[in-house]
Design a protein around this ligand. Structure first.
Ligand code: FAD
Length: 433
């Protein structure tokens, strides 16, 4: 940054081109006062071929980042007349007995195919913003600048380094050390998931052949048993059904995943069907339509005591990787991106007040993201009939399932930005978004 009274030429480096890093880069690129460079380890942007769901809070963040319209070009919503349904809940055994419906007012289930979404976003990144094959391996800083080092022997100096490099972040240890906290290594959660996509006509035909109701194909479903649950929702304008089947080993409090075993691998349908042999006909029929599932060992990280060390800031999964049971991980990354985009793009930002601005990010975003991490784990306990209060009591389960997500979805990320501006003594300015 050139001087203390202007943010002209604030040099921002973003490491990691996932949803969080790209979301932030897209917004900052529209601001002529900042120079943004995004470094991605892979040779190109890429996402897995699976669906992702966003809550109303995350869609507000997408709108705030100026990418809501693009999102809506490729998103899917629960079809009429069930527009507001987020999920219907059923037992995973027997006849798939109906338990409850969770409604997200005005939104329902809002989903997208990950690769389609990232494609739409990255086409808007100005030429030259992203550099590929750039794996960050370390960082050092001197109080006003950060220097990030890459595996290819190069480095890059910036005023602010945003680490958006996911759960295995190479830069998180630097922040933890800087704030005197222990390193936060990824933890195996004990939960593994089979994932697959099914052509929806194929699935409808399979359900009809077994006399099952095709409503279960068209409307997002969750099937619950003790220590397992399966979810489905449509993507690609209803042409494809996204499926995730979770099983949790709760035999130990400290589950271990072998250090040399991949977190994601291909597996066989036979192995998957064996694991779900005693489930009901509807979920088994789903699984029979997935010839080549993938198998995921789900990891998270502990709640961190800080996201900022001087000029290095953690966002997205690098800061708060969590279990996916509230469909909220990427949404939290988008809330981070939205907050930082508004604050770093504010004309009142200066070199002098940058540390105070970053402190508001830590003060306002971290408690909420930590709560989402914590409640994501608790939600898995509820789904898998291990909630201490609900257990497998269908009445208590129904009440909790219908109401427990409202605090998460009702949040407006703009209120965090307003609060940050107030804490900084920045008067509301109608001209500032
Ligand atoms: P990532 O997507 O991990 O991106 C990190 C990027 O950084 C990658 O491109 C990577 O190549 C790059 N990178 C890594 N290391 C380096 C390095 N050293 N140098 C340079 N680049 C590097 N969330 C939801 O909101 N809704 C859902 O429905 C949902 N469902 C999920 C289902 C499952 C089964 C799982 C596992 C997760 C789910 N999530 C969901 C969580 C969501 O996928 C993540 O929170 C989100 O993708 C994280 O985005 P990110 O950009 O922070 O990190």
């Amino acid at each position: 940054m050139n001087n203390n009274s202007s943010k002209k030429n604030l040099r921002i480096a973003i490491v990691g081109g996932g949803i969080s890093g790209v979301g932030l880069a897209l917004d900052l690129c529209r601001n002529s006062d900042v120079e943004v460079t995004l470094f991605e380890a892979a040779p190109a942007f890429g996402e897995v071929g699976a669906g992702i769901a966003f809550g109303a809070n995350a869609v507000r963040a997408l709108d705030g980042l100026g990418i809501g319209e693009d999102y809506r070009k490729v998103d899917d919503r629960t079809p009429a007349p069930w527009e507001e349904v987020w999920f219907e809940w059923r037992r995973g055994d027997g006849e798939a007995k109906y338990l409850a419906t969770t409604v997200m007012p005005g939104m329902g289930q809002s989903t997208v195919h990950r690769a389609d979404f990232l494609d739409v976003l990255t086409t808007h990144l100005p030429e030259g913003t992203a550099q590929f094959n750039k794996r960050a391996v370390g960082v050092e800083q001197n109080g006003t600048e950060a220097r990030v080092f890459f595996a290819d022997g190069t480095d890059f100096v910036c005023d602010l380094l945003i680490a958006a490099d996911g759960i295995k972040s190479a830069l998180r240890a630097h922040v933890m050390e800087g704030i005197d906290a222990p390193p936060a290594e990824p933890r195996f959660t004990g939960t593994c998931a089979y994932r697959g996509m099914i052509d929806s006509d194929t699935l409808r035909a399979a359900f009809l052949a077994k006399g099952l109701n095709t409503h279960l194909v068209d409307v997002p479903q969750m099937y619950l048993v003790k220590d397992g649950h399966i979810l489905t929702f449509p993507v690609k304008q209803g042409r494809v059904i996204n499926m995730v089947a979770f099983l949790t080993d709760r035999s130990t409090d400290t589950p271990q995943w072998p250090a040399d075993a991949p977190w994601v691998r291909k597996t066989t349908q036979a192995d998957m069907l064996k694991d779900f042999a005693d489930w009901g006909e509807a979920p088994r029929t789903l699984l029979e339509c997935i010839p080549e599932p993938t198998y995921w060992a789900l990891h998270d990280i502990a709640e961190l005591p800080g996201y900022v060390h001087n000029r290095v800031v953690l966002i997205g999964d690098a800061a708060h990787a969590m279990l996916p049971h509230q469909g909220a991980g990427a949404g939290q990354g988008l809330e981070d991106a939205y907050f930082l985009a508004r604050m770093l793009g504010d004309p009142r930002l200066t070199a002098d007040n940058l540390p105070a601005v970053l402190a508001t990010y830590d003060e306002l975003r971290r408690p909420r993201a930590c709560k989402v991490q914590r409640t994501s784990w608790e939600t898995g306990e509820l789904f898998e009939m291990r909630d201490p209060e609900a257990g497998d009591n269908e009445q208590i389960l129904a009440v909790k399932l219908e109401t427990r997500f409202n605090w998460l979805w009702n949040h407006d990320p703009a209120s965090d930005v307003a609060e940050a501006r107030a804490r900084l003594g920045w008067e509301p300015q109608s001209a500032i978004a």
